[in-house]
Structures are given as C-alpha cells and as structure tokens.
Design a protein around this ligand. Structure first.
Ligand code: UN1
Length: 484
C-alpha cells in the first residue's frame, strides 16, 4: 500500500508514478483540513496510460474468467472489510454523511462481488443456421481499452460499477476520477491492483477533465468511454468519440430534473419521506434526486406543511458528526451555483417557503440549508434546469393527467416517482413516464446495484450500466457461421 507516502501517485503500467503537479484534497465539512495530497497528471500521463492499457489488452482479454472472478472477489472482500475506514475517507472528501459514505463503500463492494460472478456468466448462443449443414454461434468478446470518467458525487460506487464490469469481461481500463474526490478512487485502484491485476490492466490518471479526459475521449487507441457527469461535458465527449478514425462506443450518464408526483390519495407520511429523502439527503447531489414535486390540489397545502416540518428537524453539519442528517455542499463553486438558483427562483416569482440560507457553523465549510420553493410554474428555470444541490420546487396541478404531463415536460428522463395508493394511477404512471427509472411510493434516488441503471432523452446515451445488462456495453458481439 502507498498510504504512508506523502503524495498518492498515479498508477500507469503497474508503476506508481511521480507527477509534476499535485492537488490538495480539501474536506468540504472543514476547509482547514486536507484529506491528502494527490498527483495531478496531464496529457503525457494519460497517453502513457492508454499505451499501457493497450499493451496489456491481448493477454488480459484471453485470461480465464476464473482469474478475473477471483481478483474481483478479493477486491470486494477487502473493500467490505475496510468499509468504515473507506467510508470515513469518502465522507471526508465528498461531504456526504458517514452512514451515507459507509453505505456507498458497501455498495461498491457488492458491485465488485456481483461483477465477479458476471465474469463467469458471459452469455452466448449456438443455434442451427438456415443453410443446410451450417452451424451458427453468437459470442461476446472484450471490446478493448475502456476510458472511465467518473463524477464527484459517488466517488467509489460509480468507479466500481464502471471498472468492475470492464475488467470482468476482459477489457483494460484507464480511469480518470473527478478532481474533487481522488481519495476514494485511489483506494479502489490500490485494492484492485493488489488483488492481483497484471500490470497495465487498470491505470489511474488523476488530473483535469480537459487534459486527461480530453486524451481519453479523442485517443484512437481507446475503444470506449463510460462517463458520468454533466450534460455539456457529455456532449463534448460524444463529439470526440465519433470524430476520430475509430468511432468509440460510449455510455453517457448525465443530468436529471426528476419529478415526484404526489396525488391526493397518497399516504402523506410516505410522500414526505420520499420527497425529503429524494430531494435533500446526500445534499441533493445525486442525478437521481427528486427536484420537482408535482402535487395535486387536495393534498398540496398539507404536503408542503409536512415537508417544512420535517426539514425543521434536520441537522445540517459536519459529515462525520453522528448527529448530522445532511452534510455540506461539495465545494465553493457548487455552493455558488446553488445560491444563484435560489436567487433566480426568487426573481422568477417562486415563493421560497423554507431555507436557502448559507450557514456559518463552528467548522468553516460549505453549509447550506435545504431550500423549498412553492408556486413554481413549469416554465421557470428553477423548475426546469438541473441545480445539483438541496433545492426542490413544488408545482401545483389539478389532477393525475396534468401531473403526468408536467412530469414528462422536461428535456431530461432519468428517474420519476409517484406517491399514490391507486393501482390504476401507479400503473399508468409506470407505463407513460418518459424516464428510464420509475418508482412508486419510493424516493427517486437510491437504487439496487443488480438492476440496469440509465435514463432517456438528455439524461443518458448508450447502453445501460449495472446488473446483467452491463455486458451489452462492455463486450462486442460476434456472429460466426461454420460448415464442417
Ligand atoms: C442512486 O441514486 O443511488 O450520479 C445512484 C448519480 C447517478 C447515480 C445515482 N449516476 O447521481
């Protein structure tokens, strides 16, 4: 392990490499505290890493699935056995609460274990051909070098659910984590490397999106990009991916402006829990967060009052304080975005019914009271644009039909929820929602790791992540015809 060295270095071709530049990993709960010092690579490191991943591919792509399974199992076991320590690290660099941090580390371990099993279950078909004497087979092969570009809001689970299937199906990887959260990424790579990966199979290049990410999305030796982040960055990556001599496969998971419909017949306590959990926990920093509550008239006022009552009981504070329900915003830039939208909402004529103030606590951090806007019309920016913070809006509607229309009236299509006791409305919502994930009487965020994840419209592009469906992105299909 490298933990006792002062700079956590990049891993290229099996070597932990010096970098000319470093980043201080700042704790958003207390900006006086540095979580660690991490190497900051540039285009040269990214190119070396691509070359190392390319060189390692022929041998790794022909390894026994048993070997790949065993490495992923060992990594899963180490992540699980260190979940408290790694959760502490994750919460210190990202700002989600300690239970949320430990929960995420547990999820990463579960993903590694699940994907270990998937390496033994690569699907294929053998079927009679249509010509007499012709045998046909459909097989799946590793696709090559995968560039993994991950966001700051799930510093360990998202890297795990991209890297684990890439490795399970015989691909090599160059991993560029988000600049704000190198600690969890570094720990995950260190664990996988020590679990027995051959040199060059997994490479870590911490650095900026424009330099390191830019090399990955445009390099002719990278075959595929799996990215989670913002819509503008996703669009740039998509253009890069199709502009080179080889058009890369891509999997882009981007933004959301996820609706939660609350109908008159909803169980109020369940609706409030779904709303507060989905919109404000993890500081609202999830692409699956419910940022639009669409509420029918008969329950509207009771719902708003009950949400405010629940918000009044929440403690915003240091991520590692056991009393904290909601940690800080990830950094100053995101805090500025959140506060700007709170200002925009006010100016647009929405009513700030609760919160929205920056909080000065004992520790200097990026603390923000959750903000609830009411009287939001569907045309307001605060009700249309992704904020990625603890800011939610309430839109009043007449009935189910109007609620469904408003829910779908968005450029995004990641997750959508409905709170109702009516089987009829729940079924209609599941069928007609234009989102990739639909929840009934559950928060829109918080998902199972064994099921496919992804959205529609501007939220997602390419095959689904996670579960059995991950194989579709990480393998190439070959159809073979044989006459004996
Ligand atoms: C969840 O809600 O449990 O970046 C997962 C994100 C999503 C993952 C959300 N890609 O927030």
């Amino acid at each position: 392990m490298e933990t006792n060295r002062s700079v956590h270095r990049n891993l290229i071709g099996g070597q932990w490499c010096e970098a000319s530049d470093v980043t201080q990993n700042i704790n958003p709960s207390d900006t006086r505290e540095t979580v660690g010092v991490y190497a900051r690579g540039g285009t040269a490191e990214a190119e070396q890493a691509v070359a190392a991943a390319r060189a390692a591919f022929p041998a790794w792509s022909c390894t026994s699935p048993q070997l790949r399974h065993d490495i992923l199992v060992r990594a899963a076991q180490e992540v699980m056995s260190r979940k408290n320590e790694l959760g502490h690290l994750l919460s210190s660099e990202e700002g989600k609460t300690l239970p949320e941090g430990i929960g995420e580390v547990t999820r990463a371990a579960n993903v590694l274990a699940f994907m270990a099993g998937e390496s033994l279950r690569i699907p294929g078909d053998r079927t009679p051909g249509l010509m007499a004497g012709s045998d046909t087979e459909v097989t799946r092969e590793p696709l090559g070098v995968v560039g993994v570009i991950s966001p700051w809001n799930f510093p360990m689970a998202i890297p795990a659910w991209k890297i684990a299937p890439a490795l399970a199906f015989g691909n090599t990887v160059v991993f560029k984590p988000a600049e704000l959260v190198p600690g969890s990424a570094w720990a995950l790579v260190d664990i996988l490397q020590r679990a027995g990966l051959p040199d060059g199979v997994l490479n870590l290049v911490m650095g900026s999106g424009s330099q390191v990410g830019g090399v990955l999305s445009s390099h002719p030796q990278v075959d595929a990009i799996s990215f989670t982040g913002s819509v503008p960055t996703g669009r740039r990556i998509a253009v890069d991916c199709v502009s080179g001599p080889v058009m890369k496969r891509m999997q882009l998971e981007m933004g959301g402006k996820n609706p939660l419909v609350i109908l008159d017949d909803a169980d109020l306590a369940i609706a409030v829990e779904c709303a507060v959990q989905g919109a404000f926990f993890s500081t609202g920093q999830r692409c699956t967060a419910s940022s639009r509550f669409i509420v029918t008239e008969g329950i509207h006022d009771r719902f708003v009052a009950a949400v405010i009552h629940r918000l009044e009981g929440l403690k915003i504070g240091h991520a590692l304080d056991p009393a904290t329900h909601i940690g800080p915003v990830v950094d100053e830039k995101q805090l500025f975005v959140d506060l700007s939208y709170i200002d925009i909402g006010r100016k647009e004529g929405a009513h700030l019914a609760w919160g929205g103030q920056r909080l000065e606590l004992a520790a200097p951090g990026f603390y923000l009271q959750p903000a609830l806007f009411t009287e939001v019309s569907p045309s307001m920016r605060v009700g249309r644009e992704e904020i990625f913070g603890p800011v939610a809006s309430v839109t009043r509607v007449r009935d189910f039909d109007e609620a469904l229309h408003v829910a779908n009236d968005t450029e995004f299509g990641l997750a959508a929820g409905i709170c109702t006791t009516s089987l009829r409305y729940a079924s209609q919502f599941k069928r007609h929602s234009q989102a990739g994930i639909v929840k009934v009487n559950q928060a829109t965020s918080g998902l199972d790791y064994h099921l496919p994840f992804g959205g529609r419209k501007a939220s997602s592009y390419g095959p689904r992540e996670q579960g059995r469906y991950a194989v579709d992105f990480y393998t190439l299909i070959k159809t073979a015809y044989t006459s004996a």
